[in-house]
Ligand binder design. Structure first.
Ligand SMILES: C[S@@+](CC[C@H](N)C(=O)[O-])C[C@H]1O[C@@H](n2cnc3c(N)ncnc32)[C@H](O)[C@@H]1O
Length: 422
C-alpha cells in the first residue's frame, strides 16, 4: 500500500470527521512518518483541503449521487492528485483503489476505482464550471460563496475576485536575533535566505533547522503588528489576546526597555506564551484572564494596549485551509460581538495619551473597519492615531490599514491605531 496516501487519508479523516485543525493533525502525522513521504503527505493534505469546494464540484459531475464520508475523501484525494500532481494516472487510480480496501467493502472499492478512471480520462480538459460568474469563481478558487458575496459587498466585484484568485505569497519567513546577516545564517543554519522588509527577518527556503533562541518562524503580518506596537512605545505594553505569544515576545525583543504584559483566556495557551518567551530568552508577565471582563488593576495602566482579537482568519487561508471548510456566515456576527467586547473593555486599560492597537488576520470589513467605526462612535474619548511602519511606506502614516495579498504581497490582515484623548 502507498504509505504517503494512507497517512494523508488518516490525516484528512481527522480534519473532515473530527474537525481537527489541519496544521495540528498534519504535524502529528509527520512526526511519525518516513522522511521521504513528508513532502507528498503535506502536499496532498493541504491541497485537498485548499481545493475542497472545487473537488466536491468536479466529483459531482462524474457521479449520479454524491458519496459521503471516507468514500468522498478517497475520491477527493484521487481527484486532487489527478488534477494537480505529476503522478501517473494509473498509479493514482490503482493506489487509491488499493487504499479503499481498508474499508473491506468491495462495492465501494469498485465505485472508487471506476469513478477515478472516468475522472482520469477527462480531468485535464475539465471546463464544466457554473455559468454564473461568482459561482464559477467560488468553485475555481474554492472560496465559499457566502464569503465571496461578503467580499463583493466590502470591496466591489473586481477586487473581491482579485482577492480570492491571488494566492498570497506563501513563503516561510523567519527572524533571527543578534543581528545575524544572510551570510552568517547560511553558515550557522545551512539556509538560503532572501531579505524581507524587516532587517532581522528573511524568506527561507528548504528544510527548517531546529528552532533555537536566535531563530524563530513568524509571518510578516505578525512581525508588522509587533513593529507597530514597538515603534514609539514607552513604559508599559499590554497584549490582551496574546497566545501563543508571537507578537508580545517580539515586542519585548524589539524594545527591551518596555515592560510587556501578555494575557489570554485559556490557561493552556498562556503556557504556550511562557514556553515561547523562555525559548527566546525574554521576560514578560503573563496572566490567564478573560479580557471581556473588567480587571481593576489594569485600569489606565498601559501606554500601549494591543487587541489582536480572535477572528474568522480569512486572511490566512493558505496556512489554515480548514477555515474555509467550517466557518459560516453566522460566525462573523458572533465574532464581531466578542471583538467589540474585548475592544471596549481593554480600551479602559489605556493611559490618557496612550495608544490602542486593534488587529485581525481577516479581510472582512465587519471585523475590521466597521468594528473600529462602531467603537469610535461609542467612545468619543478615542480618536484615530497614526501607524508607524516605515518598512511598508504605503501603510506608514495611516490610522487604519487593510493589508491585501494582491496589493501588499502579504497575507490579509488589518490594523488600526487609536489614541486615548481623555
Ligand atoms: C489571534 S489569536 C492571538 C495571536 C497572538 N496575538 C500572537 O501574536 O501569537 C487570538 C487569541 O485570543 C484568545 N482569546 C479568545 N477570547 C479571549 C478572551 N475573551 N480574552 C482573552 N483572550 C481571548 C485566544 O485564546 C487566542 O489565543
Amino acid at each position: 500500500m502507498n504509505n504517503a496516501f494512507l497517512k494523508s487519508f488518516t490525516t484528512l479523516q481527522q480534519v473532515y470527521n473530527e474537525r481537527a485543525f489541519s496544521s495540528i493533525a498534519l504535524n502529528k502525522t509527520l512526526h511519525f512518518c518516513k522522511a521521504q513521504d513528508k513532502a507528498l503527505i503535506t502536499k496532498i493534505v493541504y491541497g485537498v483541503l485548499d481545493n475542497d469546494i472545487k473537488l466536491d464540484y468536479v466529483i459531482s459531475k462524474y457521479v449520479k449521487k454524491m458519496p459521503k464520508g471516507d468514500t468522498l475523501i478517497f475520491l477527493k484525494m484521487g481527484t486532487y492528485c489527478l488534477m494537480e500532481l505529476s503522478i501517473p494516472f494509473y498509479a493514482v487510480v490503482n493506489d487509491i483503489a488499493e487504499l479503499a480496501k481498508v474499508t473491506e467493502d468491495k462495492r465501494l472499492v469498485g465505485f472508487v476505482n471506476a469513478t477515478l478512471k472516468s475522472i482520469a480520462k477527462t480531468i485535464k480538459s475539465f471546463d464544466n464550471y457554473p455559468t454564473d460568474e461568482l459561482e464559477k469563481v467560488s468553485v475555481k478558487y474554492s472560496s465559499p460563496l457566502w464569503a465571496l458575496k461578503k467580499l463583493v459587498k466590502d470591496y466591489g466585484k473586481d477586487t473581491a475576485i482579485q482577492i480570492v484568485s491571488t494566492v498570497a505569497e506563501n513563503r516561510t519567513t523567519a527572524r533571527f536575533a543578534n543581528g545575524l546577516d544572510a551570510e552568517q545564517i547560511q553558515k550557522l543554519y545551512n539556509l538560503q535566505v532572501e531579505p524581507t522588509p524587516f532587517a532581522d527577518a528573511f524568506y527561507i527556503d528548504g528544510k527548517l533547522p531546529t528552532l533555537d533562541s536566535n531563530f524563530t518562524v513568524q509571518s510578516l503580518s505578525s512581525m508588522a503588528i509587533a513593529h507597530i506596537c514597538a515603534n514609539g512605545a514607552n513604559g508599559n505594553f499590554l497584549d490582551c489576546c496574546s497566545a501563543p505569544g508571537g507578537k508580545a515576545v517580539y515586542v519585548k525583543q524589539l524594545r527591551a526597555d518596555i515592560a510587556v504584559t501578555a494575557c489570554d483566556v485559556h490557561e493552556h495557551r498562556v503556557q504556550l506564551i511562557n514556553a515561547y518567551a523562555s525559548r527566546m530568552g525574554v521576560q514578560i508577565q503573563t496572566h490567564t484572564q478573560d479580557m471581556t471582563q473588567y480587571h481593576e488593576p489594569f485600569d489606565s495602566a498601559f501606554d500601549t494596549v494591543l487587541c489582536d482579537v480572535p477572528c474568522s482568519g480569512f486572511g490566512v487561508l493558505n496556512n489554515r485551509p480548514d477555515i474555509k471548510l467550517f466557518r459560516e456566515s453566522l460566525d462573523i456576527s458572533n465574532l464581531m460581538k466578542l471583538q467589540q467586547q474585548i475592544l471596549q473593555n481593554c480600551s479602559k486599560y489605556v493611559k490618557v495619551g496612550g495608544r490602542l492597537v486593534y488587529s485581525t488576520c481577516t479581510i472582512f470589513q465587519h471585523e475590521n473597519w466597521q468594528n473600529i467605526n462602531k467603537f469610535l462612535k461609542n467612545n468619543p474619548n478615542f480618536t484615530l492615531g497614526t501607524i508607524v511602519l516605515p518598512q511598508f511606506p504605503s501603510v506608514d502614516g495611516n490610522s487604519t490599514y487593510q493589508f491585501l495579498p494582491h496589493k501588499d504581497g502579504t497575507q490579509g490582515f488589518y490594523v488600526a491605531v487609536l489614541t486615548r484623548k481623555e
